[in-house]
Write a protein that binds this ligand. Structure first.
Ligand code: 5GP
Length: 213
């Protein structure tokens, strides 16, 4: 669909004036490493009103250009483990040798305030959210094809050859696990993928929910 209107305007229409009075939607975005989730999310965030993005905690070291508190909260393993012990994560998982977790209290506060919250997770995290919050909206971002994914991952050149292999292996597994998701968006053309994602967010705001927390 292309109405020719800016998406922010569409957002007001689709969401309606009262959408902030309701609990926000929890939206999980998953897709193989190198599929371009980050760029896609940046674009969607700049266009959709009432949508916030959760910043995860990770034990991974920052990549060049990544900013503490914006890209991730970078913590050592002992600090991460202590947070797990204190039950501070909504979900957490180990991926390619590092841990990643979603801060529970921040996400819940945002949902209560009526904001839709976007989580960018690998598959295990998406599954955890799905079982504990069945109303969560799960979206899988696919590459146009596997070769393209491999090229993107190698072109990014932020990981060693060994880690790239691990991530490609993970990507193969993740592509086989898409059945838990309700939507699939192919990230072929960035603009089209961003539009599709935005439309999913708007459509979900109009869903009639029988049991809302
Ligand atoms: P990267 O190291 O490339 O930033 O992230 C590796 C994978 O971890 C990506 O698939 C990313 O979506 C996922 N990820 C990032 N934050 C979290 C989180 O809080 N929980 C889980 N389960 N996965 C995450």
């Amino acid at each position: 669909m292309n109405t020719g209107e800016p998406l922010t305007k569409l957002g007001h229409k689709a969401g309606g004036p009262n959408h902030r009075l309701k609990m926000g939607n929890l939206i999980v975005l998953t897709g193989p490493s190198g599929v371009g989730k980050g760029t896609l999310v940046d674009l969607v965030m700049s266009r959709v009103v009432g949508l916030v993005r959760s910043v995860s905690v990770t034990t991974r070291l920052p990549r060049p250009g990544e900013v503490e508190g914006q890209s991730y909260f970078f913590r050592d393993r002992a600090t991460f483990d202590a947070m797990v012990e204190r039950n501070e994560f909504m979900e957490w998982a180990e991926f390619a040798g590092n841990c990643y977790g979603t801060p529970k209290s921040w996400v819940n506060a945002q949902l209560k305030a009526g904001h839709d919250v976007l989580l960018e997770l690998e598959v295990q995290g998406a599954r955890q959210i799905h079982s504990q919050s069945p109303a969560a909206i799960l979206i899988f971002i696919s590459p146009p094809n596997f070769n393209e994914l491999e090229e993107r991952l190698r072109a990014r050149a932020t990981e060693t050859a060994e880690i790239i292999l691990v991530r490609l292996q993970k990507a193969k597994q993740e592509l086989q696990e898409k059945n838990v998701f309700q939507y699939e968006v192919v990230n072929d053309k960035l603009e089209d993928a961003a539009n599709n994602l935005a439309h999913i967010v708007y459509a979900e705001r109009l869903r009639i929910r029988t049991s809302e927390g």
